[in-house]
Design a protein around this ligand. Structure first.
Ligand code: GLU
Length: 295
């Protein structure tokens, strides 16, 4: 086909017309998200993404409420909805988001190796990570907590009580680091795996006495099996969730922060929360103040 200079909106419309006309197998309902901006500056990261018409997003696949790829095969959760809001502002429909499973330890490498365009994956902003990637946001504030078996048979009341017990967490996560550096858990006491669902299963089987990570991740596991687990419910760290992007894309960082601010204004942010994490977590948060992109 000759290359005509279409805007991405016109191109998308043209393609969908072609597909309808051909009556091919692309006749599933078009769930294209609203397209608002197609006039990005030449050379900007947004222009490159909008022209590509595709967004690659690293997210979790095993964390109910934030990022879960369930039986439908479609990832769902608050992180997934945040990614959709950003894609929509780029003129990219949901169908053109490629969700890539990220575990905690491969979020920075995925961004550094250009495997994804952004990471929305219960990703705490901190200085160490900020040396190798950039963060837009925060868009949510979590806190580290502890999950135990129902009835708390080991009497675990807080992080100090984890000494001498077996606790599970995930490699490359801030909660794992905190229990080692701040609460002195040894390698014999701390079992590290790659994903939190493995910790949940180990707690279920009695292989560990506790699981530690962010309260909202643990709440998701409680909501799935309230007869098996309970949350201690005393968060002891601050975990501001950011949207990870590769270094040196300040324009994209500003764009994401503007998108979040607009979504907070027009109800899109609250709606994204209420239909996902908000089904279990009662209070819809306010969007936290942005940290700025000049870091
Ligand atoms: N928010 C923490 C982190 O980014 C824990 C959750 C996670 O590992 O995704 O390390």
């Amino acid at each position: 086909m000759r290359s005509l200079r279409y805007s991405s909106l016109a191109l998308a419309a043209a393609l969908s017309l072609t597909m309808t006309a051909c009556g091919g197998d692309g006749d599933e309902p078009d769930t294209a998200a609203p397209v608002e901006k197609t006039d990005f500056a030449e050379g900007s990261r947004m222009k490159a993404l909008a022209d590509a018409g595709k967004l690659r997003v690293g997210t979790k696949f095993d964390q109910p409420l934030f990022g879960l790829k369930g039986l439908s095969g479609e990832p769902e959760g608050f992180d997934v909805e945040i990614a959709k809001l950003i894609a929509a502002k780029l003129g990219i429909s949901e169908d053109n988001i490629e969700f890539v499973e990220a575990v905690s330890a491969n979020r920075e490498p995925f961004l550094q190796q250009n495997r994804v365009d952004m990471v929305v994956a219960t990703y705490t902003i901190n200085d160490k990570r900020d040396m190798v990637v950039d963060f837009a946001g925060p868009y949510f504030q979590a806190g580290q907590d502890i999950l135990v078996a129902k009835g708390n048979p080991k009497g675990i009341t807080g992080p100090e009580a984890l000494k001498g017990k077996k606790t599970c967490s995930v490699s490359g996560s801030t909660p794992a680091e905190t229990v080692q550096t701040k609460y002195g858990l040894t390698t014999a006491e701390l079992v590290l795996v790659d994903a939190y669902s493995k910790c949940r299963d180990a707690l279920s089987n009695g292989q560990v006495d506790a699981v530690t990570t962010d309260n909202v991740i643990l709440s998701g596991y409680v909501s799935e099996a309230p007869e098996d687990f309970e949350l201690i419910g005393k968060p002891f760290t601050e975990e501001p969730y950011g949207i990870g992007i590769p270094e040196g894309q300040e324009d994209f960082c500003d764009f994401i922060n503007e998108t979040l601010a607009e979504a907070a204004e027009d109800g899109g942010y609250a709606d994204a929360f209420e239909k996902t994490a908000g089904t279990v977590i009662e209070t819809t948060p306010e969007l936290p103040s942005p940290r700025g992109c000049d870091k």
